[in-house]
Design a protein around this ligand. Structure first.
Ligand code: SF4
Length: 313
């Protein structure tokens, strides 16, 4: 690990301004992903800004019936919150499907959104990787790709986003609240928060340098049957091969997002007008490799299982 300086920030604006003053800085909260990346020399921040003291650890009701989740709410606390379990059940289930109990106790809402891919070549600094070292090439293309993306891929990167929580938030139409280095606030719809790789896979989200997530808001509950189904190689502490987050109404209408298949949670709102053909709409344009072509079938079967479960109520 390389040497770095460290400070504790007292307010969100102070944290964002400190990041602006230190171009090599990173925010740290739970550190469950960042510290691993620093030990491997993949992330090399010259300065760490500890945001744990910013008092962003509350879950509060909104006047419109929704919920504001502070950026520092731990994954365990969010999954266990009675309002989340009652009104946003798929979010609670997605959180509990992620990582391990120890990691969920430390990991935060904002850190979960910002966690980086688990592509093995990204973690192997002996291998070219456009995400870790822009322009160096992609070792996954032509390599071992069982876990890699089949949707929204580019010739520069075929990595997936590893979060379960973000897939549930995509279905719930969450919004990400931030503060910029100049102290001004903005709101980013979750659909626009994560990016596809294109030619710049190292740019993974819509945050500007020094911009800090302060909260995630959920609109008022929409009812329906909430399901989060994750298919993985073992039953805990494993990333999704494919996951499905769904809200299905009594008339069969619904919303669906996929995890484990793209660089961001994958949702096609236009396809939700006819849920019978939703699998085809979600999978349109899929680009597979011999290793991960099974994901097309796996998505279809997982979706079918989710719809059957929803019918039972
Ligand atoms: Fe790097 Fe993306 Fe290629 Fe993996 S898929 S090696 S993260 S560029």
């Amino acid at each position: 690990m390389r040497a770095f300086t460290y400070q504790r920030a007292a307010t969100p604006a102070e944290a964002a301004a400190a990041a602006m003053r230190n171009p090599g800085a990173k925010f740290i909260a739970g550190g469950t992903n960042l510290l691993d990346l620093m030990k491997l020399d993949i992330e090399t921040p010259s300065h760490l800004i500890d945001v744990n003291g910013l008092k962003l650890d509350k879950i509060e009701p909104l006047q419109d019936g929704g919920l504001r989740i502070g950026a520092l709410v731990r994954n365990t606390d969010l999954a266990a919150d009675a309002r989340v379990r009652r009104d946003y059940g798929l979010l609670s289930r997605a959180l509990l499907a992620g990582a391990s109990a120890q990691l969920r106790n430390k990991a935060t809402t904002s850190g979960n959104l910002l966690q980086r891919t688990r592509c093995p070549y990204f973690y192997d600094t002996n291998q070219p990787c456009n995400k870790r070292s822009p322009g160096s090439g992609c070792s996954a293309i032509g390599g071992f790709t069982r876990h890699h993306a089949i949707l929204g891929v580019s010739d520069a990167c075929i990595a997936t986003h590893p979060s379960d929580m973000a897939v549930a938030m995509r279905v719930l139409d969450a919004k990400v609240e931030t503060v910029r280095a100049d102290g001004s606030a903005r709101v980013i719809p979750i659909a626009d928060f994560h990016r596809l790789p294109g030619n710049t896979p190292h740019i993974e989200h819509a945050l500007a340098p020094g911009e800090l997530i302060t909260a995630v808001t959920l609109p008022k509950p929409v009812g329906g049957v909430h399901i989060y189904r994750k298919v993985r190689d073992r039953s805990s502490y494993a990333f999704a091969l494919v996951s499905v987050a769904a809200i299905v109404g009594p008339d069969g209408t619904g919303r669906v997002a996929l995890g484990g298949v793209a660089h961001k949670p994958w949702r096609v709102e236009a396809g939700e007008r006819d849920m019978k053909s939703i699998a085809d709409r979600l999978l349109a344009g899929a680009r597979t490799t011999p290793d991960n072509a099974f994901k097309v079938t796996l998505v279809k079967r997982t979706l079918a299982a989710v719809m059957a479960e929803a019918k039972k109520g």
